[in-house]
Design a protein around this ligand. Structure first.
Ligand SMILES: Nc1ncnc2c1ncn2[C@@H]1O[C@H](COP(=O)(O)OP(=O)(O)OP(=O)(O)O)[C@@H](O)[C@H]1O
Length: 479
């Protein structure tokens, strides 16, 4: 029996059938998806077409199109063509356990159903397209926001070689290596103790390279919890793990055609090292929960204050990753090995902080300079920078006359041979100043320095007088 025999040219729609159609039109207008639409059609049309179930099928159907179990043993009793603006979009197919629709339905009915279902499908398809476009827009928006944050950082910190201060022999060697590698695309491994200027140098390399018009993206491998590193580096798709509410692009993608600075690379967990190696080697990444690989063109600069070779020997760092990164190593010398640079750096920092604080300071006293040269600088240039900032804040006239350097034991480093050791009085003075700073200058009462030092207020006051501690040496936090 052909489908046409299910249609009767003579029969008119009954009042009950008209009512069903009206309710169907109302419901279809709000169907959110094709699945929901199909469900509504199944519920509503049964009364009109007397079938077991119906199914929406979209063109083109391949020859081996899957027919759901159950339907294979049933008869397709009617197929209504559905249209979109470019022609036939698909079909609404009706199945029954009988061979034909009985009783036959009015001839005009399929056309009416076709136009209303086609309209509903057009609505759904365009809403889905719109939400895909919205998703894309959100994706680019988050990408732009991230890039914007980096641009702001870059604008603040657009370091060049001129910002790297140092004329000592070890620094001349560093400059020579930098001039050889900056213009290339080679991976650079920056080694050196904390505060020796690895990040400053990484920025200078990037800013002197052909990639300088794009962002240098920094990842601090030590600051990210182990379970988030993969997502941070490679990104994730929405819903790929608990908490992945939005799609997020990773730092590798963000650094495409630019530079990725992997700071504290020695802290990278072992399992992530394998994934990182693959990304660096293949120059492609896969987002967590993503469906395919994404090609990236990223220059890698890595830095660590660990002895990476020792980490390899201890089994904490993969040797293949080590050799992949160790293409062009540059070791930044500690400040104690280039004392020739201390005076230059100190003057530069004093000049900068004086300007920032609206002070006029013309020189550093020879006593202070002597102390600076004798100190081992375990925190390297960063520590010197901070000390000079403090000196500027405490300066009473146009000369830096005082510097408060921690004793080598306080700073956690054994004193090097020939280094000036402080007297008991100097240590006591520093200690009291530190406590006063901690208490924001408060001497008596709860939380005051006398209580913390377990001293009577009078005793503390006479010590302050005897040790020559002035109130300028105390940095009040609310100032
Ligand atoms: N040669 C230098 N000239 C001028 N400033 C420097 C120099 N080296 C370091 N600095 C300054 O010292 C501070 C610390 O430098 P940076 O953060 O680059 O060190 P780092 O080696 O990356 O430290 P860490 O290992 O702790 O991350 C920064 O403010 C930087 O500008």
């Amino acid at each position: 029996m052909s489908h046409d025999e299910a249609l009767s040219p003579n029969r008119q729609l009954t009042a009950q059938e008209m009512a069903v159609l009206t309710s169907l039109y109302r419901q279809l207008a709000t169907a959110p998806s094709l699945l929901a639409l199909q469900q509504i059609l199944n519920d509503q049309l049964k009364a009109l077409f007397h079938f077991t179930h119906c199914r929406i099928s979209r063109l083109p159907l391949s020859a081996d199109a899957h027919v759901p179990a159950g339907e294979a043993s049933e008869h397709e009793v009617l197929a209504i063509a559905l249209h979109d603006e470019s022609g036939t979009w698909g079909h609404l197919r009706f199945y029954s356990d009988r061979e034909a629709i009985s009783p036959a339905i009015p001839m005009a009915l399929p056309d009416q159903v076709s136009s209303v279902v086609s309209l509903a499908i057009a609505n759904i398809v365009s809403t889905e397209k719109l939400s895909r476009q919205l998703e894309e827009i959100k994706h680019y928006q988050s990408q732009l926001e991230e890039q914007n944050a980096y641009l702001l950082e870059e604008a603040k910190e657009g370091f060049s070689y001129d910002d790297i201060i140092g004329s000592s022999g070890p620094m001349q060697r560093v400059f020579q290596l930098l001039s050889q590698v900056s213009f290339t695309n080679s991976t650079v491994l920056l080694l050196g103790e904390t505060g020796t200027g690895k990040e400053l140098v990484a920025r200078a390399i990037h800013n002197s390279s052909a990639r300088k018009d794009r962002l240098m993206v920094r990842v601090n491998c030590a600051a990210i919890p182990a379970h988030l590193i993969e997502s941070e580096l490679f990104g994730h798709e929405k819903g790929s793990f608990t908490g992945a509410f939005e799609r997020r692009i990773g730092k590798f993608e963000l650094a495409n055609q630019a530079t990725l600075f992997l700071d504290e690379i020695g802290e990278m967990p072992l399992d992530m090292q394998a994934k990182l190696l693959r990304a660096i080697q293949e120059r492609e990444i896969e987002r967590i929960g993503g469906k395919g690989v994404i090609k990236v063109d990223v220059r890698i600069i890595a830095a660590t204050n660990r002895n990476l070779l020792e980490e390899v020997q201890q089994g904490r760092f993969r040797s293949d990753l080590f050799y992949r990164l160790h293409v062009f190593p540059i070791t930044l010398p500690p400040l104690r090995e280039r004392t020739g640079d201390i005076s230059l750096l100190a003057k530069q920092f004093v000049g900068r902080f004086a300007k920032n604080n609206g002070k006029s300071i013309s020189r550093i006293s020879s006593n202070v300079m002597k102390a600076l040269l004798a100190y081992p600088w375990p925190g390297n240039v960063r520590e010197l920078e901070h000390q000079m900032e403090r000196c500027v804040l405490l300066a009473r006239d146009h000369v830096i006359r005082d510097v408060l350097l921690p004793s080598p034991t306080q700073s956690g480093h054994a004193p090097a041979a020939g280094i000036y050791t402080k007297t008991h009085e100097e240590n006591e003075r520093e200690y009291i100043i530190r406590v006063l700073n901690q208490c924001n200058g408060k001497i008596y009462g709860p939380g005051g320095a006398a209580q913390l030092l377990n001293l009577k207020v009078g005793t503390l006051n006479s010590k302050i007088k005897k040790l020559g501690i002035s109130k300028e040496q105390i940095i009040l936090r609310n100032h």
